[in-house]
Write a protein of this length. Structure first.
Length: 609
């Protein structure tokens, strides 16, 4: 049990959202108010115009429209800046930002004016930090007094100092300020390499930046950063809006002008964009009025061509960052993805193609910075030694196969990096997708293992059961990140997922899982064998029934009846018996009695060639 003194949390104090996280021996995790809470606290503070009462987060965000003068957002943009630095910026802010004379010669500071009171940017940020501090205190049931807070790599000393001040005002000792890209790399434990060069690609809603980091003996250095403060997911939404607006105008001669309709269209466009991250097309309808409906399907390829030039720009920034760092593209060892817009498959693909390696996406891109801050906090609290940092896989990894068995691809205690490939197939005719459930554990049945993630390999052309060949590859790299990919060989359809396998388990829990597997070893083996047998029986009897339907008329009447019986008997037995031996015998009998059927079917099929 830790005392308040060695309790250090990690905080991502973001422009739009903020999060608090903590790392213990199970790894880092974001702290949430309850299980349905995302953990994201909107970085918004709203004051009641008459009572001065202040609210932070979702509630404050709700007030943004009705209380534009007393709702403060994007305060991070003003942190540590002089008044003259932000004159452009504040033109876009609905709340009042005024000049506050400073003792420092020639450096007047901005302050937010609310109901005749002035608040400095650190004071506003402190309100956000205090809310996160309280959330953590509810979680731990004791005071939280220390934090690691992240800032953008390009923050200067004054901006960093303002962040420290915000912490102090909130009652937090800021034990360290770390760069956001460094935090993202720490979340993946890339600090453990002796020497390594990392690119962190951060594409959010409104901004993009890329940083090149060098790690040497656990010390991070930012070699270069590049970016665009006006490039992000909002631009992608606007591309969709543009298409929809033009088409509606052309087809119906209706112009979308009212702010309410424009807002509705923005929301619709963002939803469409998000759907296209999971689906190959998204259909939608808009009521134009007078009984007219605009209907449209946007396919993923179309969306990709709409955002291509934006993504080109981000790649140009990556190129510039590498050049500024005096490096070649080949010297980048790892690429880490941060920010909500890196969920777009096209973004992942382009970044992967440019760097010539698959970027890290295993952590939630909204959480990865906070998680890394928590890892830094645990290092400072001297707790990392308890975290699972291994050079072997502590538990076996595999996938669920038909009937609920666990098929292991990488056995426990395998040295990492490790790679394993296995072929799987479908059992049902015309099956066009395969669901892949990635499992961890020592038990033989999927239900007794931990599911690490699920994905779907879809778009397989319809083929008879057993014909498609899905090549499933497990690859654990030297940092312990697991990449699972699946490809159907004929159609070349592919899908995949990235996972951090050790996440969420303590060493004691790992040990318990292994011990439990010993206790159940015998019954588990039998259960697994039964599943395999039943699958075999289903496959064989289906094939035999198929042949019988096609060429049964070529068998004698009694022979045909006997074949029918033998198929039925084996099917029944597979359902009712729990004795593998009994089923094996019945299978042997079945094989003997269907030889002639198979021969006739073969002869007939040769005739048709
Ligand atoms: P951030 O600034 O990092 O919070 O990122 C917010 C941006 O990510 C917004 O533009 C969101 O629309 C976008 N975003 C979030 N989830 C997805 C998703 N699944 N697919 C595409 N964009 C997303």
């Amino acid at each position: 049990m830790s005392t308040s003194d060695d309790l250090i949390v990690g905080i991502d104090l973001g422009t739009t959202n903020s999060l608090v996280a903590y790392a213990d021996e199970r790894g880092p995790m974001v702290l949430r108010r309850n299980k349905d809470d995302s953990g994201l606290l909107p970085s918004v503070v709203s004051f009641d115009p008459s009572t001065h009462r202040m609210v932070v987060g979702d509630e404050a965000k709700l007030h943004a429209v009705e209380r534009p003068l007393t709702t403060v957002y994007s305060i991070k943009r003003l942190m540590g800046k002089g008044f003259s630095d932000v004159t452009q910026e504040i033109r876009h802010l609905p709340y009042r930002v005024v000049r506050r004379p400073s003792r420092e010669e020639g450096r007047d500071l901005p302050a937010v004016e609310i109901n005749d009171r002035l608040y400095t940017p650190p004071e506003i940020s402190a309100m956000i930090l205090k809310t996160l501090k309280e959330l953590a205190e509810v979680h731990f049931g004791r005071p939280v007094l220390k934090a690691v807070i992240t800032v953008p790599a390009f923050f200067d000393d004054a901006q960093r100092q303002a962040t420290r001040d915000a912490g102090r005002i909130a009652g937090l000792e800021v034990v360290r300020i770390i760069n956001e890209p460094t935090a993202a790399a720490l979340a993946y434990r890339l600090d453990q390499k002796k020497e390594s060069t990392i690119a962190v690609y951060d594409l959010g809603g409104g901004t993009f930046d890329v940083s090149i980091l060098r790690i040497s003996d656990g010390v991070f250095e930012v070699l270069s950063t590049h970016g665009d403060t006006a490039l992000g997911g909002d631009d992608f939404d606007r591309e969709i809006i543009g298409v929809v607006r033009d088409e509606i105008e052309k087809q119906y001669h209706v112009r979308i002008e009212s702010p309410a309709t424009q807002q509705a269209l923005r929301t619709l466009a963002e939803q469409l964009k998000i759907r296209l991250s999971h689906e190959s097309e998204a259909k939608f309808e808009i009521d134009i009025g007078s009984d007219r409906r605009y209907e449209r399907v946007i396919r993923r390829e179309e969306f990709e061509s709409l955002i291509r030039s934006w993504i080109d720009k981000t790649i140009d920034c990556c190129r510039a960052a590498i050049r500024d760092a005096d490096l070649e593209i080949g010297s980048i060892d790892q690429v880490v993805m941060v920010g909500g817009s890196t969920r777009i498959p096209y973004v992942r693909r382009r970044v992967g193609e440019y760097f010539g390696r698959q970027p890290y996406t295993a952590w939630n891109p909204d959480e990865v910075v906070a998680l890394g801050a928590a890892v830094q906090a645990s290092i400072l609290a001297g707790k990392t030694s308890q975290m699972l940092l291994l050079d072997v896989t502590p538990l076996s990894l595999g996938i669920e196969t038909l009937g609920g068995a666990m098929s292991k691809l990488i056995m426990r205690n395998t040295r990492i990096p490790a790679r394993a490939t296995e072929m799987f197939t479908t059992f049902v005719d015309g099956q066009t997708s395969i669901r892949i459930n990635v499992l961890q554990g020592e038990r033989e049945l999927a239900k007794d293992c931990r599911s690490l993630g699920v994905f779907e390999l879809s778009g397989i052309p319809p083929m008879p059961g057993g014909i498609p060949k899905a090549e499933v590859t497990f690859l654990i790299d030297q940092n312990g990140i697991l990449n699972v990919s699946a490809m159907e060989v004929r159609s070349q359809q592919a899908a995949g997922i990235q996972i951090i396998p050790t996440h969420g388990l303590t060493p004691v829990e790992v040990e318990a899982m292994v011990v439990e597997s010993y206790a159940h070893a015998r019954e588990d083996m039998t259960a697994h064998q039964m599943i395999d047998l039943r699958n075999q029986v289903t496959f064989e009897t289906t094939k035999a029934q198929d042949m019988l339907d096609k060429v049964g008329h070529l068998l004698g009447e009694s022979e045909r009846r006997e074949t029918e019986t033998v198929i039925r008997t084996l099917r029944e037995l597979a359902k009712t018996s729990s004795q593998p031996k009994e089923i094996q015998q019945a299978r042997a009998d079945f094989a003997r009695k269907t030889v002639r059927l198979a021969e006739i079917a073969m002869t007939e099929s040769l005739k048709t060639i």
